[in-house]
Write a protein that binds this ligand. Structure first.
Ligand code: PLP
Length: 497
C-alpha cells in the first residue's frame, strides 16, 4: 500500500515515509491510495480480542511495509495498562436509549489524543529505522491544548527525537497550560504564541514547507516531523477505536451484524471524525457521521452549504480544543470524495490561503449531505447540556463531549432517527473542571484548578485522574512566549542552528 499527496497524485511514498515526513513537500497531506476493506466476519472477530490485537489487525492493512513483529512492538508498548487506566484502553458506556459514550480519555493526559500519541513515537522511530534516515527527528506541534500535552508525554525522552510545542497563549484551559508548562523530559520544549490555534498551525505548516529551513536542518543532521493530525501516523490509530466499538456492540449483542450505527464527533481539526469516515469506508456500517461544532461553526456551514468561509469572527469558547477555523483534515476528505482530483484540491486550498473562502461543486455537496449531518451550539447550550445529562443520567461530560451530545439530541429531534449511536467522548471532565462546575451552577471564581478538581469530585464521585492531581506540586519549566511571526526563529534558536 502506498500513500499519495492530496496536492500531487504523482507523489507516492510508503507508510514509513509518510509517517516520518508528516506532510508532503507540496503542502498536501498523505492519504492511502486505496482504503482497505474489512469483512463483517473480520469485524466480528475483533470483538473477542484485546484492544492491542484489534489495533495490530487494522494496522496490518495500512502499514504494509511494517513487519508483523514491528507492528506488535508498537501496539504492545502503546496500548497497555502501563499507560491507560483501563484494560479496555477505551470504554463504551450506555448513556440512554441507543446512545453510547465512547470514552477515549483513559490515557496519561486525559484526552482522546492519547489514543494516537501513545503509539505515534513507536510508529515514528520504527519508520526512521526502516528508512535508515540517520537523522534526529524534531517533532513540531501546534496545539489547541490537548495534542501538545499528549505529544509531550508520548515523545519525552524518546531517543533520537526532540519535541517543540506551540500553544495559543490565551486559548487553553488552566489545567491544560499547567500540564504543558510543567512537562518533564530532556528533549522537550514548550512555547506560547501571541495568537490563536490557526496562527500556531499556519506557523508550523510554513516552517515544515520552507526549503531554506529544511536545508539548514539537513546540514545539522536533523529533520522535522509532525505529531498533529496532518500526520498519517496520528490518523490511522484513530480509525481503530471506531471499528473496535462496532465490534464490541456486536459482541455484546447490542446490534446485529450489518446493522448501521451513527457516529457523533465533537470536531475541530476534522481528524477524529475523518477517522470515523475511514472506518465507514473500510466496512463498518455507518448511517450518519455527525459533525458537532462549537460557536466556531465553519464546518457546520460547510457541510450544510458547500461553502467554506474562514472570514468570520473567531470565538474563544469553553471547548478550546475545537476553537479552530481551518480544519486541516478536511483536505483529505475532499480529496477522496472529489475523485482524487489533486488539481481541484490545489485550486480550493489555494483559494482558502488567498481569500479565506472556497466553494465545492454540486457532486461534492451531494456526497457531504449524504454522509454527514452537521450542527453546532454555543457555550450557553453546552453548559445546559452538561447539566441536563448529569441530572438525568448521572453522567458527567467535559465541555467538548457536551457539544457532541447536544448536537446529537438536536439531530434526533430534527430527524426522529433512532439508529444506535456512538458518541465520541473526547476528554475527562476534570481537564475542564472550572467550566463543568460552572455548568452545574456551582462555579467558584477564587478556587485554583486543583481545588476545582476536588470540588467536582465531591459533586460527581467520578474518580479524578492521578496524572492531573500530580501536577499540583510540579514546577513550571517553560515560560517563553513569542509573536506568531517569530516561530521559525525561535525554533532555530532552540535547536542552536
Ligand atoms: C482535539 C480535540 C477535539 C477535536 O478533535 P479534531 O480531531 O481536531 O477534530 C475535540 N475534543 C477534544 C477534547 C480535543 O482534545
Amino acid at each position: 500500500m502506498y500513500y499519495k499527496s492530496t496536492r500531487n497524485s504523482e507523489v507516492k511514498v510508503s507508510s514509513a515515509e509518510a509517517i516520518a515526513q508528516g506532510i508532503s513537500k507540496d503542502g498536501g497531506l498523505f492519504v492511502p491510495e486505496e482504503i482497505p476493506a474489512l469483512s463483517m466476519e473480520e469485524i466480528a472477530a475483533l470483538g473477542k480480542m484485546p484492544y492491542a490485537d484489534r489495533a495490530a489487525a487494522i494496522f496490518a492493512k495500512y502499514l504494509t511495509d511494517f513487519s508483523e513483529k514491528e507492528i506488535r512492538y508498537c501496539v504492545d508498548n502503546a496500548y497497555s495498562v502501563k499507560n491507560f487506566d483501563t484494560e479496555n484502553i477505551c470504554e463504551l458506556k450506555k448513556l440512554f436509549g441507543g446512545a453510547y459514550m465512547l470514552e477515549l480519555w483513559h490515557g496519561p493526559t486525559c484526552a482522546f489524543k492519547d489514543m494516537a500519541l501513545q503509539i505515534l513515537p513507536y510508529l515514528l522511530t520504527v519508520s526512521a529505522e526502516k528508512l535508515q534516515l540517520g537523522k534526529k527527528i524534531v517533532i513540531l506541534v501546534a496545539t489547541s491544548g490537548d495534542t501538545g500535552k499528549a505529544a509531550l508525554e508520548g515523545f519525552k525522552d524518546v531517543e533520537e527525537t526532540q519535541i517543540m510545542v506551540f500553544y495559543p497563549e490565551d486559548g487553553v484551559s488552566a489545567m491544560q497550560k499547567k500540564q504543558m508548562t510543567t512537562q518533564e523530559g530532556a528533549n522537550v520544549g514548550v512555547c506560547a504564541i501571541k495568537g490563536n490555534f490557526d496562527d500556531a498551525q499556519n506557523g508550523v505548516k510554513a516552517i515544515f514547507t520552507s526549503e531554506e529551513i529544511a536545508e539548514k536542518l539537513d546540514k545539522n543532521g536533523l529533520m522535522f516531523s509532525s505529531a498533529n493530525s496532518i500526520n498519517w501516523g496520528r490518523l490511522a490509530p484513530q480509525i481503530i477505536y471506531y471499528i473496535s466499538s462496532y465490534a464490541k456492540l456486536l459482541a455484546q449483542g447490542d446490534i446485529k451484524a450489518g446493522e448501521k450505527i451513527n457516529i457523533v464527533v465533537p470536531t475541530g481539526n476534522f481528524g477524529n471524525i475523518l477517522a470515523g469516515y475511514y472506518a465507514k469506508k473500510m466496512g463498518v456500517p455507518v448511517n450518519k457521521l455527525i459533525c458537532a461544532s462549537n460557536a466556531n461553526n465553519v464546518l457546520t456551514e460547510f457541510i450544510n452549504t458547500g461553502v467554506y468561509n474562514k472570514n468570520r469572527q473567531f470565538y474563544t469558547t469553553i471547548s478550546p480544543s475545537m476553537d479552530i477555523l481551518i480544519s486541516s483534515n478536511l483536505e483529505r476528505l475532499l480529496y477522496h470524495i472529489c475523485g482524487e482530483n489533486d488539481a481541484r484540491i490545489r485550486e480550493w486550498f489555494g483559494m482558502l490561503a488567498a481569500q479565506g473562502r472556497y466553494e465545492v461543486d454540486e457532486q461534492v455537496k451531494a456526497v457531504l449531505k449524504d454522509e454527514f449531518y452537521a450542527g453546532c451550539c454555543d457555550d450557553k447550550e453546552t453548559k445546559a447540556c452538561i447539566k441536563e445529562i448529569f441530572n438525568k443520567y448521572s453522567y458527567i461530560c467535559d465541555t467538548h463531549t457536551a457539544v457532541a451530545v447536544k448536537v446529537y439530541m438536536d439531530y434526533v429531534k430534527a430527524t426522529g432517527d433512532n439508529t444506535k449511536t456512538v458518541i465520541a467522548s473526547t476528554a475527562s471532565p476534570y481537564k475542564f473542571s472550572g467550566s463543568v462546575l460552572d455548568a452545574l451552577g456551582v462555579s467558584d471564581e477564587t478556587a485554583d484548578e486543583f481545588e476545582l478538581v476536588e470540588k467536582l469530585l465531591e459533586i460527581t464521585g467520578l474518580p479524578a485522574p492521578e496524572s492531573l492531581l500530580a501536577l499540583k506540586d510540579k514546577e513550571v519549566r517553560f515560560k517563553d512566549s513569542v509573536e506568531k511571526d517569530k516561530m521559525s526563529g525561535y525554533i532555530l534558536g532552540c535547536l542552536g542552528i
